[in-house]
Design a protein around this ligand. Structure first.
Ligand SMILES: Nc1ncnc2c1ncn2[C@@H]1O[C@H](COP(=O)(O)OP(=O)(O)OP(=O)(O)O)[C@@H](O)[C@H]1O
Length: 338
């Protein structure tokens, strides 16, 4: 059991309100990802949960107990940051067991816990090495292992993979996914800028903006039924195209959103524009088109087709995949497809 309940949380830094009226219920064993633009308050919210940052008002409860006044070390929370300072003069085993040694656990028990944790993280062969003899990913795993040995109820990750290269990020994403399976009762909260991490790892995503929760849902709920234009354009990469003016009016609204994968390059289509440039990724090509909108319209096309800057192309949106929004950015739900 490790439920986390946040009620009417506010956090001010002096006169600046950084978090306003945050309400969240996170279930035991859930993996929740916080996303949002830079400065929206993700890290501050994580630090408030950990106890490193006092809150201005509201409550944070773990398993039904209000922990506002409970010190960070007594909340049963572990935090993993992007910069993980391992002790350079200690071996992996010593690094992982250090907090247990400080807590004066018997040596045998420390050894058992460290070995069990090392096995979960595939670090068994490295227990006698010093951190300098490890790769970036292995060091990150030691940092995670150091927290796991303490059996935290809640694990907080603040962009833990942002210092790693692309291939290692993919590997660590899988490993954290595996870790989640070996710790089914541990609640995990993960802050990231990375769309792929959010979409692939989260049971639920919390989208924050200017210190407020915009929407909470499974990755696919947010992707398919965004509650606002903001969420629609924030979730998904490349972002959803926004069509305005006559193009939107044809659908009876001021704004129509279409994801790049729901737009097709055709011989004759209702929309069109001039190719600005094309990014060929091998499997797909993202074509950036000047269709007269504020931002370039992005279309995902098959990798084999080539596009030349300046070329005029016609586009057709997939009718069933259109998102309509009113003046204020709220979705307009209508039964008729067109
Ligand atoms: N100790 C502090 N004193 C004053 N203002 C702060 C402090 N810490 C954070 N802030 C401000 O609070 C706001 C939220 O910061 P926070 O670091 O939580 O954002 P974030 O969403 O994690 O951003 P990023 O994605 O860039 O890491 C920012 O405007 C930031 O400048």
């Amino acid at each position: 059991m490790s439920e986390l309940e946040i009620n009417s949380l506010r956090k001010n830094f002096g006169a600046l309100e950084v978090l306003s009226d945050i309400n969240l219920s996170i279930r035991s064993g859930e993996f929740v990802v916080f996303v949002g633009p830079s400065g929206c308050g993700k890290s501050t919210l994580l630090r408030c949960i950990s106890g490193l940052e006092p809150i201005t008002s509201g409550t944070i409860s773990i398993d039904g107990r209000v922990v506002n006044e409970v010190s960070p070390s007594e909340r049963g929370i572990a935090m993993v940051f992007q910069s993980y300072a391992l002790y350079p003069h200690m071996t992996v085993a010593e690094n992982m067991g250090y907090s247990l040694k400080l807590a004066r656990l018997p040596r045998e028990e420390i050894r058992r816990k460290v070995e069990e944790t090392a096995a979960k993280l595939q670090l068994t062969d490295y227990l006698d090495r010093k951190p300098k003899a490890l790769s970036g990913g292995q060091r990150q795993r030691v940092a995670i292992g150091r927290s796991i040995v303490r059996d935290p109820k809640v694990f907080l990750f603040d962009e833990p993979l942002s210092n790693l290269d692309a291939a290692l990020r993919v590997q660590m994403r899988m490993e954290i996914g595996q870790l989640k399976k070996t710790l089914p009762d541990t609640t995990m909260i993960y802050v990231t800028h990375d769309q792929v991490e959010a979409m692939t790892m989260a049971d639920r995503i919390v989208v924050l903006k200017d210190g407020e929760v915009m929407q909470v849902g499974t990755p696919m709920e947010l992707y398919e039924t965004p509650a606002s234009l903001f969420v629609a354009q924030f979730i998904g990469s490349p972002k959803m195209n926004l069509m305005t003016g006559e193009r939107a009016k044809a659908y009876g609204v001021p704004h129509v959103g279409v994801r790049p994968e729901h737009m097709e390059v055709v011989e004759n289509g209702p929309w069109g524009g001039e190719v600005i440039y094309a990014e060929n990724l091998g499997s797909d090509t993202y074509v950036y088109v000047d269709a007269g909108e504020e931002d370039p319209t992005i279309v995902r096309s098959q990798g084999k087709r080539t596009f030349t800057p300046g070329e005029r192309i016609a586009l057709r949106p997939e009718e069933g995949a259109l998102h309509r929004f009113d003046e204020t950015g709220n979705p307009v739900i209508s039964q008729s497809a067109v």
